[in-house]
Design a binder for this molecule. Structure first.
Ligand SMILES: [Zn+2]
Length: 496
């Protein structure tokens, strides 16, 4: 998602933001966690050729981020499901759904496969019980384990006991972690000062940032002059002080190898944040062959993390003129001078919430890194989003549902020969339901050859169209050939 560098264009409603991002798309960018999360349920583009939904059932699911999606299920597995709403396929992991709707959908699909509720076996009920425990739904688990026992008590007694034991241990570990976080937070809150807003101070910060980024106009690529870096760093630190002044003394400053972080998060969350950010940085350095002595950022990348939605929105509004309404994180990238910073909020403390936060941080961090790589020209959105999802999958593994969603969705594209339309040639923003598609194609390009993948990104950052960059990096490959190669790779996978 894009945000203009021109101050005063915001705040915006999501629909306005959408228009703006279309207008400014190749100049300035604000990419939000919003796209990862909220726009589900808004079906827009791409109708589907074949109808794979004739012999299936309709389910209604609610993503944890809000809204609901209803439609026939195209496919599902242990990771998640693909369902169709208004001709648009949505791939979602079970863990991205509200517990009740995930369980009901899973149970109904199983009953459909078996030919009726009463056909569920002891093993089916046992699996459903374990599935319910993954969502902390002990009530549902108990009912299914009772059914298991009713059908085959002796055979499953020990397994059920073991499942409960595992569940309790997992919850205990999570509660302990949460408790230490809470204690830490309380002590910080008690030292919090209330600071009243001062319009003139807020206004001054905008000027400071503009100065900071203008200093660097002379050279924004990663071999920027040391003197310029030092001046940008000083301006960033000054900027951070203003943020602390306005947001209160609970905001601490942390400097890592590649990031300048201002946050009111408790210690444990700060430690996780640093790990996610630096792991993201080293993963991308490896991906693009950036050596340790090079710092891709202008000085270091400023990051702002907030403990509540109210504080996140307050920061977003005051410092970026963005309403921050429907997102949990965003990256602000300015093409003309190479500046980039990020902001995040914590929401919820369930394991699924922490995973979502981790994915958002690595996703947005990838946008920040890619913005600074080679040149500060903005990438076509589908490449940028696909690369961000791919990196989140590489860095976080199973903690991040993106990889599983991409595999599951691509399998359907291959199986039913769904058309891509102009997806690959478009530079426009894409919708949340298209992220797994983008990731699948980006991963395909990446696994063909890392050298070619780097050459492709470099050619795009030098201003080539996707078709030209593709041909240049992949030995004359054209978009049609790419599409059929990608389909073939996923058809193999569909058959297996
Ligand atoms: Zn993004």
């Amino acid at each position: 998602m894009d945000l203009s560098q021109a101050r005063g264009t915001f705040p915006l409603s999501s629909s306005k933001l959408r228009n703006i991002r279309m207008r400014y798309q190749q100049r300035n960018r604000l990419c939000c966690g919003l796209l990862l999360t909220i726009t589900l349920g808004v079906a827009t583009t791409q109708s589907v050729a074949n109808d794979p939904t004739q012999s299936t059932i309709v389910v209604k699911i609610q993503p944890r981020t809000g809204g609901s999606i209803q439609g026939p299920v195209v496919d599902y597995n242990d990771h998640g499901l693909v369902l169709m709403q208004a001709g648009v396929p949505y791939a979602l992991a079970w863990k991205q759904l509200e517990s009740g709707t995930a369980y009901t959908a899973r149970r109904d699909l199983l009953a459909h496969t078996r030919g009726g509720w009463d056909k569920l076996s002891a093993q089916d009920h046992f699996n459903l019980g374990r599935f319910a425990l993954e969502f902390n739904r002990q009530d549902l688990a108990r009912a299914d384990f009772n059914q298991t026992s009713a059908l085959a008590k002796k055979q499953y007694e020990e397994s059920i006991h073991h499942a409960w034991q595992q569940f309790r241990e997992k919850r205990k570990r999570w509660k302990r972690a949460r408790k230490s976080t809470h204690a830490d937070r309380t002590s910080e809150l008690s030292t919090k000062k209330i600071i009243t807003d001062d319009a003139s101070v807020v206004h001054g910060i905008g000027d400071d940032l503009d100065r900071a980024v203008h200093i660097a106009e002379a050279g924004f690529v990663h071999d920027t002059d040391e003197d310029i870096r030092a001046r940008v760093r000083a301006a960033y630190l000054q900027y951070g002080e203003k943020v602390q002044e306005i947001m209160g003394s609970s905001v601490v400053f942390i400097e890592t190898e590649h990031f300048l972080i201002w946050t009111d998060w408790p210690k444990r969350s700060r430690d996780q944040l640093i790990r996610w950010l630096e792991d993201m940085y080293s993963s991308l350095s490896k991906q693009f062959g950036v050596d340790d002595s090079t710092n891709i950022f202008l000085s270091k990348c400023p990051v702002f993390c907030w403990r509540s939605k109210a504080r996140y929105q307050r920061f977003a509004q005051k410092f970026d003129g963005y309403d921050g309404k429907d997102s949990i994180g965003y990256t602000r990238s300015i093409e003309s001078n190479g500046h980039v910073h990020m902001a995040f909020m914590r929401r919820g403390s369930e394991p699924a919430d922490i995973d979502r936060l981790a994915c958002t941080i690595v996703h947005e961090g990838t946008h920040a890194f890619l913005h600074r790589l080679y040149t500060t020209r903005l990438l076509p959105h589908w490449i940028n989003e696909g690369a961000a999802e791919m990196t989140a999958t590489v860095v976080l593994g199973r903690q991040c549902p993106a990889g599983g969603n991409a595999t599951l969705l691509a399998k359907q594209y291959a199986k039913y020969n769904w058309p891509l339309g102009q997806f690959l040639q478009s530079v426009a923003p894409i919708d949340a339901h298209q992220y797994p598609l983008a990731q699948s194609i980006v991963s395909y390009l990446n696994t063909q050859s890392i050298k070619r993948w780097r050459a492709l990104i470099k050619a795009l950052k030098n201003g080539n169209t996707f078709s030209k960059a593709l041909a240049h990096a992949y030995d004359g490959l054209n978009v049609k050939q790419l599409e059929s190669g990608w389909r073939e790779a996923n058809a193999d996978q569909a058959g297996s």
